[in-house]
Design a binder for this molecule. Structure first.
Ligand code: KG4
Ligand code: ZN
Length: 384
């Protein structure tokens, strides 16, 4: 069930161009833990260009989800400027935390733990969220939980689908990552394929820039593609090897750039919508083929998607169709839970917290934190 239309989004644009969004997601979860003790997490996310805070109960119920998006500020530069992102996070983070608590009707007293993204991401941006979470943990005495950003993306599925349990196959496609992940259990991840060069979202952003659609590329290509012919241009589908689930998008990106250059040299007019649709189809073909094959090989009858690219209309439609054809269940979070948000960090943080994975005051930002193979020294002590 897609709960997209159950979402209520309130948004306003601040004087500095930053968009403030409060997302009320779905109905209240009436299911309570057996011992009657709810676990309420304050979650913080600041790994890239969204400052976000959320209150999440028992890993799946979102009491508030506040996102302060800097997209408008970075648009003029054609991409995220790390220095500007960090400075805006510093300005916005307290307001986001305050709004998240107020909207959930909570005070810091009601919070059981504070979860924060500590990697991967832009180091200066991550440090703002990590420092905020540490300060709150220090002042209140509440435990601190470090969360991997990509694990957060995967866990957005638990918010949208209360019944979803591992194991399942998850395609994670964002601006910085393209991973095929076998989710074996809560917090237990096996990466079975990843990009060898550009991430899928990065390819969307670069192609969008080349055809003059601007930043952020993904949603703009998605929109333009709806008006274009996906079979107009036969762009290459990279196969890294017969047996590999890895991805490669840089050849496809170069093919699009070559196509545009050649058209320009010949003085031919380019149909941007056709280029967008044909490029998008090439990406969707590869992502969906790898995902379906992997699910079959690993015996998964559940497929989930995560990350910004998971909000792509064509990808969602294709996987929906493929899953129906193969008798598999398809899980796709509402687009607002696919792009960066703190509710997903609250979901991932909950499963870490109940396992006893609590961080110490030495928690640091780790810009290249690996998935599934976390360096405990950066994650602080475990209470177990
Ligand atoms: O997960 P995300 O919000 O941030 C990262 O962790 O990277 O993903 C952002 C990426 C950007 O590259 C953006 O262009 C892409 O997701 N994206 C999309 C769509 N919406 C966002 N790509 C394709 N189609 C979309 N509708
Ligand atoms: Zn992300």
């Amino acid at each position: 069930m897609d709960k997209t239309n159950k979402e209520k989004i309130e948004r306003r644009t601040d004087e500095d161009g930053v968009i403030f969004m409060s997302i009320k997601n779905g109905e209240e979860d009436t299911e309570r833990k057996e011992d009657g003790k709810d676990i309420t997490i304050l979650a913080i996310e600041s790994s890239c260009d969204e400052t976000a805070a959320a209150i999440v109960r028992n890993g799946r119920e979102v009491l508030s989800n506040i996102i302060s998006s800097q997209i408008a500020l970075h648009t003029i530069y054609g991409g995220v400027v790390p220095e500007i992102a960090s400075r805006k996070h510093v300005e916005k983070i307290n307001g986001c935390v305050r709004a998240a608590l107020a909207e959930a009707g909570c005070t810091l007293e009601d919070i059981d733990a504070i979860a924060v993204t500590y990697g991967p991401g832009l180091v200066g941006a991550l440090l703002v969220g990590v420092s905020e979470a540490k300060a709150l943990s220090f002042a209140t005495g509440k435990p601190l939980v470090g969360v991997h950003h990509i694990e957060g993306h995967i866990c957005a599925n638990y918010i949208e689908y209360k019944e979803l349990e591992p194991p399942f196959m998850c395609l994670v496609a964002s601006g910085g990552h393209s991973h095929l992940v076998h989710v074996k259990d809560y917090g237990v991840y096996d990466i079975i394929g990843q990009t060898r060069d550009d991430a899928a979202g990065e390819a969307f952003d670069k192609v969008a820039r080349a055809i003059g659609l601007g930043y952020p590329g993904g949603p703009k290509v998605d929109k333009a593609a709806r008006e274009g012919n996906p079979d107009a241009i036969n762009f290459p589908r990279a196969k890294t090897s017969e047996k590999s689930y890895d991805f490669s998008f840089s050849g496809l990106k170069s093919a699009v750039l070559n196509y545009l250059n050649q058209a320009e040299m010949k003085g031919e007019e380019v149909n941007k919508n056709d280029v967008a649709a044909s490029f998008q189809k090439a990406v969707v073909d590869v992502l969906s083929e790898h995902t379906m094959q992997a699910a079959k090989e690993y015996g998964c009858d559940k497929i989930a998607i995560a990350g910004g690219v998971a909000s792509n209309t064509a990808l969602r439609e294709r996987l929906e169709m493929e899953c129906a054809k193969n008798g598999m269940t398809f899980y796709r979070p509402a687009p607002v839970l696919c792009t960066d948000n703190a509710a997903m960090i609250g979901a991932a943080g909950y499963y870490e917290f109940i396992k006893g994975n609590v961080a110490g005051m030495d928690l640091n930002a780790v810009p290249n934190l690996p998935l599934g193979d976390r360096e405990r020294r950066y994650h602080g002590r475990s209470s177990k």
